[in-house]
Ligand binder design. Structure first.
Ligand code: UT7
Length: 333
């Protein structure tokens, strides 16, 4: 729907999130693998994570989060012009998970698409959505970051299985009061690092076969320490880049919502940006790394616990497979 060509301020007018009830504590892994709670907590900060039931797919939890965000925004599903789902665990290759959510919620006027930018997906989506709102060609966009990483996690691989969890977060992006909302977004990628974090099989390169299953190629493969080094470098850089794009400095940050992959990565970014710990949202201990859902769930939890106040400068930042990274600066409305 083309409304007009103009320049509006785009902001977040509603949020919602959902995490599955089932909790996997570190003791679950202690009982099955050569690992222990002390290693997991000291190296990652993670104490527990959530896991969906086998019959639940990404679109299901995306739908729960979406309905909450739409209600929070005081809209109806038919008010939506577009639905964007950021995920690396779509229900299937096609139809898109966004189309399934569109059907589930009855958003009959919305276009729907998935984006694949791994853990940076929610911020990539925020950047895409804000362009349509700022340009005036759409009024209301539902953005969802949703993952059922448990479906692609190898529970025999201690290098990865302790890290990941399931969850979904959503936000409605619409026009807001001038001067408020999304002041800048920044996205980057480096495909040369694609081998560091990937799901090798199930696509056109390695279609599913007895061999791919026998070799566990439908599970996440990661070079953790290389991803760690990249993350330490890029989190602070990306946040500073988005700040510079809207003429702000790191001293101006009121609240930081970083991707929740590892407490040591978050602490390193916090140190570089010289922010007090109480201005940084952290929930990695409860949920682990939920990829595209991490920032989305954190944003909703920060909002619901009154951490975000009108006029404050909120910075979102993430990195992930691809490699990708992204950041956004929001003057909270
Ligand atoms: O959203 C993006 C997704 N990925 C990430 O964010 C991951 C980024 N990387 C990390 O968070 C960290 O690299 C890890 C938490 C994955 C690993 O921490 P580390 O301090 O970088 O450990 P390391 O890779 O240097 O491994 C140290 C040792 C290795 O043993 P050896 O080879 O030194 O004998 C691993 O085999 O720790 C071992 N190890 C474990 N030990 C007990 C790896 N996983 C485990 C485990 N329990 N679960």
């Amino acid at each position: 729907m083309i409304l007009s060509n103009g320049s509006w301020s785009a902001g977040i007018i509603g949020t919602g999130s959902y995490v599955p009830e089932a909790v996997l504590k570190n003791s679950y892994f202690e009982e099955r693998l050569d690992t222990d709670d002390q290693w997991i907590v000291s190296r990652t900060g993670i104490k527990e994570r959530r896991r969906v039931r086998p019959d639940i797919a990404t679109s299901d939890i995306a739908t729960y989060a979406a309905l909450k965000a739409i209600e929070d925004a005081k809209l109806k599903p038919e008010d939506l012009d577009m639905i964007i789902v950021a995920t690396v665990t779509p229900d299937m290759a096609f139809p898109s998970t966004a189309c399934i959510v569109q059907k589930n919620i009855g958003a009959e006027n919305a276009a729907a698409l998935d984006i694949s930018a791994a853990c940076s997906g929610f911020i990539y989506g925020l950047s895409i959505a804000s362009q349509f709102i700022k340009y005036g060609s759409m009024k209301n966009i539902l953005l969802i970051g949703a993952e059922t990483l448990s479906k692609i996690t190898d529970y025999n691989d201690r290098n990865t299985c302790v890290l990941f969890g399931d969850g979904a977060g959503a936000a409605v992006i619409s026009s807001v009061e001038e001067g408020f909302g999304i002041l800048s977004t920044y996205m980057g990628s480096d495909g040369r690092g694609g081998e560091l974090l990937k799901l090798p099989a199930g696509g056109s390169r390695l279609p599913a076969s007895e061999e791919t299953i026998a070799n566990s190629l439908h599970f996440i493969k990661m070079d953790g320490s290389e991803v760690f080094k990249f993350a330490i470098k890029i989190m602070g850089e990306a946040a500073e880049k988005a700040l510079s794009l809207c003429g702000m400095r790191k001293e101006d940050i009121d609240y930081l919502i970083p991707h929740q992959a590892n407490i040591r990565i978050i602490e390193s970014a916090t140190k570089r940006l010289k922010i007090d710990k109480d201005k940084v949202f952290i929930n990695v201990e409860k949920y682990g790394n939920m990829s595209a859902a991490s920032v989305a769930v954190a944003l909703d939890e920060a909002k619901r616990t009154n951490k975000l106040n009108k006029g404050e400068l909120v910075v979102l930042v993430a990195f992930g497979g691809g490699l990708t990274w992204g950041s956004a600066v929001i003057k909270w409305s």
